[in-house]
Ligand binder design. Structure first.
Ligand code: NAP
Length: 259
């Protein structure tokens, strides 16, 4: 299927690796020019080179921490007006409810609530003026089924979900869609880090922690960044203009509810 977005321009945040890279790659495969962002310049440039070579699209990079106001300003200055925005950042660390301080919550809000809101607020007017735009936020299965050790993530991402529910409907008539993609377990560096934390907490090997995690997924495996990116590209496509304010779960069947 031609997704009808060839020649469009997308800002994909936190996209040198993992799910962000998966989204960038799927958009590049559809002929979308890219603005890529991550903090580490080396991996970011390697990713940009790979996507330019493979897909022949224009790729520019901004090495910046997207969770800070100065990082957002740098990203926005390079991006200019874009047609597509994919928000993303690293997830908060796991922990215990009794340990989380005010500062821990503020860091989580900066990364997973206020950064996407700032980018949306900056880029929405241009999209509305041109009568077309796509915004996809990478959130988490945690907004549907909270993960106890990821309380900082549960809290921040639930806030973003509420924000998107309202704003997406306020702007829907302008031709701009805003939706959230909710990853369940996907095979990225983030998951390897969580395996390490679980293994240390339970006194088991990382392999055992990973096996236990895999067993929780009805599909019997973790998702891939490629599968995640394909869903993102579809939500960003011309075909998905009637999809407004939705929370699309990609979790291999792990969430046990009927809806
Ligand atoms: P990942 O493999 O660790 O990749 C994270 C990417 O984001 C890297 O490119 C990293 O590059 C960049 N990044 C991190 N912090 C950044 C910042 N402050 N500013 C700019 N770029 C930043 O992680 P992932 O698995 O793709 O996860 C992406 C998001 O999905 C996270 O919020 C995670 O919590 C959430 N999530 C993931 C899963 C899963 O199973 N993988 C499940 C649920 C939710 P630099 O380090 O160089 O900046």
């Amino acid at each position: 299927m031609d997704l009808g977005i060839r020649g469009r321009r997308a800002l994909v945040c936190a996209s040198s690796k993992g799910l962000g890279r998966g989204c960038a790659e799927a958009l590049a495969a559809e002929g979308v020019d890219l603005v890529l962002n991550a903090r580490g310049e080396e991996v970011l440039n390697t990713t940009a080179d790979a996507l330019r070579r493979q897909y022949g699209v224009e790729v520019v990079t901004v090495a910046a921490d997207v969770t800070t106001e100065s990082g957002q300003a740098s990203v926005l200055a390079v991006a200019g007006d874009v047609d597509i925005l994919v928000t993303n950042a690293g997830g908060p660390p796991p922990g215990m409810w009794s340990d989380w301080s005010r500062e821990d919550f503020i860091s989580a809000f900066d990364a997973n609530l206020l950064a996407p809101i700032a980018l949306i607020k900056a880029l929405l007017p241009g999209m509305m003026d041109q009568g077309w735009g796509r915004i996809v936020n990478i959130t988490s299965v945690a907004v549907k089924a909270p993960i106890p050790v990821l309380g900082l993530s549960n809290t921040a991402r639930s806030g973003l979900t509420g924000y998107v529910a309202g704003v997406s409907r306020q702007v829907a008539a302008s031709g701009v869609t805003i939706n959230n993609l909710l990853p369940g377990l996907h095979d990225t560096d983030r998951l390897a880090m969580l395996d390490k934390v679980d293994a240390a907490a339970q006194g088991i090997s990382e392999e055992s922690a990973r096996a236990a995690r895999t067993a929780s997924v009805p599909a019997g495996r973790f998702g891939t960044a490629g599968e995640f990116g394909a869903a993102c590209a579809w939500l960003c496509s011309d075909k998905a203009g009637f999809v407004i304010g939705q929370n699309v779960l990609l979790d291999g069947g792990a969430f046990p509810g009927s809806m």
